[in-house]
Design a protein around this ligand. Sequence first.
Ligand SMILES: NC(=O)c1ccc[n+]([C@@H]2O[C@H](COP(=O)([O-])OP(=O)(O)OC[C@H]3O[C@@H](n4cnc5c(N)ncnc54)[C@H](OP(=O)(O)O)[C@@H]3O)[C@@H](O)[C@H]2O)c1
Length: 297
Amino acid sequence: MKILITGAKGQVGTEVVAQAIKRGHDVQGFGSKNLDISNAEQVNNTVQQIPPDVIINAAAYTSVDKAETEQEMAYAVNSQGSENLAKVCKQYNIPLLHISTDYVYDGEKQTPYIETDTPIPTGVYGASKLEGDQKIEQLWHKHIILRVSWVFGEHGNNFVKSMLRLAEQRDELSIVNDQFAAPTSAQAISSRLLDILEDRQFNQASCTWGIYNLQSDPGVTWYDFAQEIFTQTQQLGLINKTMKLNPIPSSQFPTPVKRPANSKLDGKKLQQYFELLPVDWKADLKVMLESINTPII
Ligand SMILES: NC(=O)c1ccc[n+]([C@@H]2O[C@H](COP(=O)([O-])OP(=O)(O)OC[C@H]3O[C@@H](n4cnc5c(N)ncnc54)[C@H](OP(=O)(O)O)[C@@H]3O)[C@@H](O)[C@H]2O)c1
């Protein structure tokens, strides 16, 4: 398949480009410098020149806290950018695969979120992402919106890399222990996106378009996640010291945006319609850490 991938230099974008090439697809990957999704003219010209069989939108404005002061930019990319892609997809009859976030929810639900739960974002990032999802839903029915949580991977910035960097400087860390969700690897998100577009019902009349959650297991807090990172790094011989981790409430680590207390995603719908099971983030973390060949400390 000829796949146009936006945001090709991001955590997920880099991974999905690599995996799509490995699976034998004709991949046209664009970083933000070559294709700015907030620019409708650029989007139209690029799609017209290629034109692809499917578009994967891995581009987004993803700075959760900075979005509070860069509201215009967040909406330009996450809302206007999604609208531009949905419109051009409709014009050329191209299915659109898009990535959304658990931060569209306020986190007050006691059980995992399902696709029909009402989103109530707590900040600009979540609100701009939600508006993008809604624009796609309104404008072009041939879409799959995959909601994911807490992305990590080899490329770009993420919590795993922050922990490894901090371990070089400190022996003790305080980590928030009252926000519950699940880390999800860029590798798992990419393979699920490609599994969906390779599914025999994809783009057939029988295809069930819409929003899907990607469930990653087990659910944990950031503190649990940090513990697992340091357990695995020690087992792999990457860190030659024991890190002392202190669990703290979010109130002791104030951020401009309040994060959801619970944003665990339920993935039964993805299993029902595409036979895709929840992913195991601990196994993916091991693969990521094994790719670091030299000890960190
Ligand atoms: N990161 C997370 O924890 C998380 C959690 C839940 C959901 N998600 C969602 O997962 C998806 C992938 O996120 P990620 O973690 O891979 O993010 P990322 O590493 O920040 O990558 C996003 C990419 O989008 C590009 N981009 C920004 N503005 C653009 C524009 N106007 N036009 C084209 N490209 C643009 C960025 O390029 P530049 O660097 O050049 O600006 C960057 O390479 C996003 O939809 C995000 O909302 C992420």
